[in-house]
Design a protein around this ligand. Structure first.
Ligand SMILES: Nc1ncnc2c1ncn2[C@@H]1O[C@H](COP(=O)(O)OP(=O)(O)OP(=O)(O)O)[C@@H](O)[C@H]1O
Ligand SMILES: [Mg+2]
Length: 260
């Protein structure tokens, strides 16, 4: 059974210059243990969708079920089952990595000893073991990103939402993170819902891709299926395919939605 479904999920914002329809009715089905790559140009509505699915932002239309809980009726149930690593994470720069991890564990009601053990375990898995006593404010960009991800994993979520997890990471750190994400799927059966602008990453990591544009699903399928359907030739790259679907840069006309 699907671990996440949405039907007509939508979000409009009121602004001084009129309504902004950030997400205009998205239907998704995500299977357990799947790595879903959620792709789309800047402003396509990816972060807005993630914020809705993680209960941080109420939808203005549609419905969703996340890890067995109805998003509107049981947001607390949803929150227990998910981890969220935001596009821009917020940690206290003055506290140590260890304190930050332990505090997160305590927020999820782990006993102090359990929270401390979990902090050590996650630090080991994410290559932060030597940095546990360093203030968060002194970490490099890549180290910070790894801490953000560790914080999202403290309570062993069923679904992990990652918004551009590898932006700013060096190639080695990125490869390590790919291995970690694959291990979460393969060893823990975790479902991973991730956005990225790195199409090589989407190609290498995601079991299935959903490409959104202008707040709608433009296409979905495996990387090979999308390349065959939209890339123009069997040798097409995912980059060619993406640009064929979403165009180059702005301004762009609002395209008619496409389906595979
Ligand atoms: N609070 C808000 N008020 C008004 N408009 C908003 C708000 N949040 C997002 N938007 C608009 O909604 C649209 C979608 O934004 P969103 O952050 O979801 O895009 P994204 O796909 O995550 O883009 P990026 O790749 O740049 O991160 C954009 O046009 C954005 O300006
Ligand atoms: Mg975003």
């Amino acid at each position: 059974m699907a671990v996440l479904t949405t039907s007509g999920l939508a979000r409009a914002f009121r602004t001084k210059r009129g309504p902004v329809e950030a997400v205009r009715g998205i239907d998704l089905t995500v299977e357990p243990g799947e790595i879903l790559g959620f792709l789309g140009p800047n402003g396509a509505g990816k972060t807005t969708t993630l914020r809705m699915l993680t209960t941080l932002l109420p939808p203005t239309g549609g419905t969703a079920t996340v890890a067995g809980h109805d998003l509107a009726r049981d947001p607390a149930g949803v929150r227990r089952e998910i981890g969220y690593v935001a596009q821009t994470g917020g940690v206290d720069p003055t506290v140590s990595v260890r304190e930050e991890l332990v505090t997160q564990g305590r927020l999820y009601r782990l006993a102090r000893g359990r929270a401390a053990a979990r902090a050590t375990e996650l630090a080991r898995d994410l290559g932060l073991a030597d940095l546990l006593d360093r203030p968060c404010g002194a970490l490099s960009g890549g180290q910070r990103r790894r801490l953000d991800i560790a914080l999202g994993l403290v309570h062993r979520p069923k679904i992990l939402f990652l918004d551009e997890p590898t932006t700013g990471l060096d190639p080695g750190s990125r490869a390590d993170l790919w291995d970690l994400i694959r291990a979460l799927r393969d060893d823990d059966g975790m479902t991973v819902f991730l956005t990225t602008h790195y199409l090589d990453e989407a190609d290498a990591l995601a079991d299935r891709l959903v490409i959104v544009d202008h707040g709608r699903v433009a296409a979905e399928g495996t990387s090979a299926e999308l390349k065959a359907a939209y890339g123009g030739s069997p040798e097409a790259t995912l980059q060619d395919t993406f640009i064929a679907l979403t165009g180059r840069g702005t301004p762009r006309p609002d395209p008619a939605p496409l389906t595979v």
